[in-house]
Ligand binder design. Structure first.
Ligand SMILES: [Zn+2]
Ligand SMILES: [Zn+2]
Length: 383
């Protein structure tokens, strides 16, 4: 059965050559394997290409219009039948569809290119993150060559047009693929796409226009930074080839762990161990905070294990606002694990005075147990 080539391209049987060409280019742009690697798109692209091959050839189109199929007569040439010379006419149109001008070169990219961004990491203590700090860091990047100020040439010599590519910056090669002959362009290996070469390069940079150098730069780190944040230093990155404008330098903060505090955003958490008797009678503890120095924490009489004492406004400053988070001191109550005779006797006396205190199994429904189940239950009921 004859295939519907007009339908494949979405045109009427009375379509002009121009209309067929236009329909084909539109579809080729959507379906070309370079654009659309999808399996079904590729199958469709083959169909569309075959349909165009047939309908753009007056002889083959006449066979179609007479109700035949010119691709069947070729003995199973079928969908793959556009390899080689038969597709010659259509191939140029594929390139036109993509490059808008018969597959011509897109021109040299020029020798002067913008430089790349660089990334450096710097370790900061929690205190440095809290207060901000001015750091001197050593950067190893490409800087402008002072021998040629970026031109890459020695003395008064000038660059010349590349002989390999004639100044186009790219070279073309023809490859065979399922599309038939495909012309591909790649950057010229001699001038690396610049279109020109330097016959007498600068002795200092070898023609690159830049040299590697180590230098110290000063970075002002604002208060409130945390791990992963990056400070951008405009135009402090790599100078580009040919002395092109420098990229940016990014300094990424790595916050080092602190021996007392764990940071959670702007809040700081620490753990304070309170002896059993102090938790029962109440006490004060001095905490060395990050910014405010020694600060007293009151442990109320009857403090329970796991309770949290909050120092409002003693945490980390929020970046660029100065509003500060809190310090959460998690209180751990320590039960003495070994008692001497006198201590045991005293506690026994204490127990006698508290004869209503005794170990008990907690009902899951009883209020104020503070136990695991009550906490779970609260979590689930959202109390
Ligand atoms: Zn130089
Ligand atoms: Zn070249």
């Amino acid at each position: 059965m004859a295939r519907d080539y007009y339908g494949t391209l979405g045109v009427e049987p009375k379509a002009t050559d121009q209309e067929i060409k236009r329909a084909y280019r539109k579809l080729a742009r959507e379906l070309h394997p370079d654009v659309n690697p999808d399996e079904s798109a590729q199958a469709r692209f083959r169909e569309v290409s075959t349909a165009y091959e047939v309908l753009s050839d007056p002889e083959k189109r006449r066979i179609v219009d007479l109700g035949g199929d010119p691709m069947e007569s070729g003995g199973g040439a079928g969908a793959g039948g556009f390899g080689g010379a038969g597709f010659g006419g259509g191939l140029g149109d594929v390139f036109e569809a993509f490059f808008g001008g018969g597959g011509t070169a897109r021109g040299p990219k020029g020798r002067v290119q913008p430089g790349a961004d660089s990334l450096l990491r710097t370790k900061l203590t929690l205190a440095e993150c809290a207060t901000g700090v001015t750091k001197t860091i050593t950067v190893d990047t490409a800087i402008l060559c002072d021998g040629c100020t970026g031109s890459g040439t020695h003395g008064d010599s000038k660059p010349i047009r590349c002989e390999t590519c004639g100044g186009a910056g790219e070279v073309q090669s023809v490859q065979r693929s399922f599309l038939g002959q495909v012309m591909t362009s790649r950057p010229c290996p001699t001038c690396r796409g610049a279109g020109e070469t330097i016959p007498d390069p600068c002795h200092k940079c070898g023609g690159d226009g830049r040299v590697r150098a180590r230098r110290d730069i000063t970075v002002k780190v604002p208060a409130g930074v945390s791990s992963g944040m990056r400070i951008r230093l405009a135009a402090q990155g790599e100078v580009g080839p040919g002395g092109g404008p420098a990229g940016d330098l990014y300094v990424e903060i790595i916050e080092q762990p602190h021996e007392t505090f764990v940071r959670d955003g702007d809040d700081l958490h620490c753990t304070i161990r309170v002896p059993m008797v102090d938790a029962a009678l109440g006490t004060t503890v001095t905490l060395e905070t990050i910014i405010d120095g020694p600060t007293e924490i009151t442990v109320d009489p009857g403090t329970q294990p796991g309770s949290v004492s909050v120092l409002r406004g003693h945490g980390m400053p929020k970046l660029r606002s100065g509003v500060r988070g809190d310090v959460h001191a998690h209180l751990e109550v320590i039960i003495p694990s070994r008692l001497d005779g006198k201590q045991s006797k005293l506690l026994q006396e204490f127990k006698n005075l508290r004869d209503r205190d005794h170990a008990e199994v907690v009902s899951t429904g009883s209020p104020n147990t503070g136990g695991l189940f009550s906490r779970l239950r609260d979590a689930f009921s959202g109390r």
